[in-house]
Design a protein around this ligand. Structure first.
Ligand code: ACO
Length: 325
């Protein structure tokens, strides 16, 4: 027992009730189920109800994760929320979640790395837990992208959906073996030269408005497979594992073509990829924890499995986490 590792204790997800199918979208913009399915693999997405907030969805996912872990809110001393669609510019929506859960100790804050947000938030929690500063963290991704979409712009509005997912992670003293449970390797990257390829055209210090998502889709696609493959390669090298050792690849769910391209480049078995993009579309920072919750709920991800998480998003930001569940 000579090393502290960040071990996942539980996970959970929350999806708003309203389903918006590709056919529903084809009634409001010039698109078709065929185009969206062929280019992205998306069939439908969830849309938050009027007045349904990022913090409320995040709190629901957090409760599900605590239930799964068999823990109570007071067992948590750190909350990190990954979101690009907070309730307000400030305070951080994480403190609203903290209050909704009735937690009055420890700390809570937001992390903003767009679609890579959950990977960045998990890596942040990992460092706090390993340093001994906190004992148990809720790492949450929650997004209402439907409120920052230009519903006239068919090149972006078909791609995103709303939802939330959460994991409970705990600092545990372990042997430091490759076979230990917990987070084994992390790589985070960003390159601000590409910030105009995927952005929101508003903000408090620029326009004073919230703004809408703008994206150079083909350019994002062009970078995605290369950058994802590169960061996964770095993470595997750091860990000492090979792609063939991975039990479950749980990528950020942006586009099925990107996932397939990255998996092929890395030689990952397509049967070992957890895919939710068909049902959820791209829920940005929520997509990985939602996919983890799905994989746990249907019995695919088991204790002891080697799980690779990966994401890329606006900034560009990108990163990967390798963990043993
Ligand atoms: N329905 C029908 N036609 C459309 C639609 C639509 N919803 N959107 C665009 N088109 C048209 C275009 O106008 C264009 O028409 P034209 O040839 O007459 O000019 C044609 O389809 C092709 O457009 P492209 O943008 O070149 O299409 P592409 O094959 O690149 O697919 C897509 C677009 C799906 C956005 C793709 O570029 C992509 O997936 N990029 C990655 C973006 C992404 O995943 N972003 C998520 C955030 S980043 C991340 O999480 C990784």
């Amino acid at each position: 027992m000579n090393i502290v590792r960040t071990v996942v204790r539980g996970c959970g997800g929350y999806l708003p009730e309203r389903v918006l199918t590709n056919d529903d979208l084809a009634k409001v913009v010039d698109t078709s189920d065929r185009w969206i399915t062929e280019r992205t693999g998306i069939k439908e997405r969830r849309i938050a109800a009027e007045g349904e907030l990022t913090s409320a969805m995040g709190a629901n996912a957090a409760r599900a994760a605590l239930d799964d872990a068999g823990l109570a809110p007071e067992d948590i001393d750190l909350i990190i929320l990954a979101t690009s669609t907070p309730d307000q510019t400030f305070p951080a929506s994480a403190v609203t979640i903290q209050a909704e859960l009735g937690i009055t100790h420890g700390a809570a804050f937001d992390v903003q790395a767009v679609c890579s947000g959950f990977v960045f938030a998990l890596a942040t929690a990992d460092n706090y837990l390993k340093s001994g500063q906190f004992k148990r963290a809720l790492v949450i991704g929650s997004e209402v992208f439907s409120r920052i979409l230009d519903w006239q712009d068919r090149s972006t509005c078909v791609l995103f959906g709303d939802g939330a997912g959460a994991v409970v992670v705990e600092a545990q003293k372990l042997n430091g073996a490759l076979t230990d449970r917990g987070i084994l390797a992390v790589s985070l990257r960003s390159d601000g030269r590409y910030r105009d390829k995927l952005y929101v055209d508003g903000g408090p210090s620029s326009t004073g408005t919230v703004g809408y998502v703008r994206m150079d889709g083909p350019e994002v696609f062009r970078h995605a497979v290369t950058k994802i493959s590169e960061v996964i390669g770095a993470t595997l090298t750091q860990s000492g594992y090979n792609a063939s050792d991975i039990d479950w690849f749980v990528p950020h769910q942006a586009n099925k073509r990107i996932l397939d391209g990255a998996a092929k480049k890395l030689g990952l078995d397509p049967e070992r990829i957890i895919i939710t993009v068909d049902k959820h579309a791209n829920t940005s920072a929520a997509s990985i924890p939602l996919a983890l919750a799905q994989g746990r709920a249907d019995g695919r991800i088991k204790t002891g499995d080697l799980v690779l998480l990966e994401a890329m998003g606006g900034g560009f930001t990108w990163g990967a986490v390798l963990l043993r569940w």
